[in-house]
Design a binder for this molecule. Sequence first.
Ligand code: NAD
Ligand code: ZN
Length: 368
Amino acid sequence: MKDKLNTGIKNVRSVSRYTFGLDSIDSLPKLINDQRIKKNTKVIFFLDIYFKKNKNINKLIGYRAGDEVIFVPTKNEPSTDYIDELIKFLSNKDLKSPSAIIGMGGGITLDVAKSVSNLLTNKGKAENYQGWDLLKKPGIYKIGIPTISGTGAEATRTCVMINPRTGVKLGMNSDFTVYDQLILDPNLTKTVPRNQFFYTGMDAYIHCVESLNGTYRNEIGDSYSNQTIELCRKVFTSKDMMSIENRSKLMVASYLGGCAIATSYVGVVHPFSAGLSVVLGIHHCLANCISMRAMKEFYPEGYEDFWRMVKMQNIDIPKGICKNLNQEQYQKLYESTIIHEKPLTNALGESFKDILTRAKVIELFKGM
Ligand code: NAD
Ligand code: ZN
């Protein structure tokens, strides 16, 4: 393990404010109003497509005539082109300077709201800001409201987008990407389908297993990670994983897991998961769970723990999806996994390519 006291932690920016608790969503209209008073312009709401069928949604969010509500599709993870299209749409409607942007939904919607907030004040295209600390100006004031728990997107300084031309899946990593305000209301996650609840919830657990088994460690990251794992275990070993108490615990685990990411690194699971997302289009959280099939030798304890919880909750995780692919696909899987040098070094050391040879990586994919 590298020197744990020499943390390498930069000047970490956290979410400025949050409310947490049942019905905390009721505070949204007032929070928005405070922004309307400061800047007398409209508000843009990005809502997960799931809420389109909710007839009372306008009342719940404090919508006013002239505000813009955009339902975010969740079939595909966001692309840089999609963000550019949204900016064009908002510019044509003269909505380039709203008083607030609201993101309410899963990781996809939370990330879309973050990206648009950044791009409305920083000129150019979304792809220009994929990377680290490339944004020049703060974005529009933004409120994040997660409606499914696990990715930690509500707490992090990134917003993941796929560039369809380069295949690069990378966010705008910047202090400006962090939400100004969160509303953490466990009532909102009640309707999440069981399998999806597990896949997304496990993103928090998996991040933290990877971090705690890595070499780049420090006490802050470890503390967040340990607490996140403990909460996830309580939820996923419980009889009713979606009880209100458990939804509340998982919402906290997600937030803390997001804080853990800011001060630590992932390991072997996320690079493999990224391979599945890039080559086969599998969504991030499900791809993590599928990748866990190949993780016995890297994370023996986490592996046992994870599959025990899958069994207890009777969750479906697809099997054998990489068995009969063509050579080109295997090559792409290898390349899009091994490209993640930082997490793989964190997990396996600088000579990780000696362990994860091309043949080995393909064998692991075939075993999923
Ligand atoms: P998601 O946004 O992919 O949504 C999953 C599904 O749940 C969708 O069908 C959605 O419509 C539905 N849903 C959401 N809330 C619901 C509710 N209350 N009731 C019923 N259905 C609901 O969810 P996710 O797994 O949270 O997010 C994955 C995304 O997060 C990926 O795009 C990934 O790249 C991103 N991510 C971002 C970060 C970050 O730090 N920014 C970290 C990890 C992952
Ligand atoms: Zn993740």
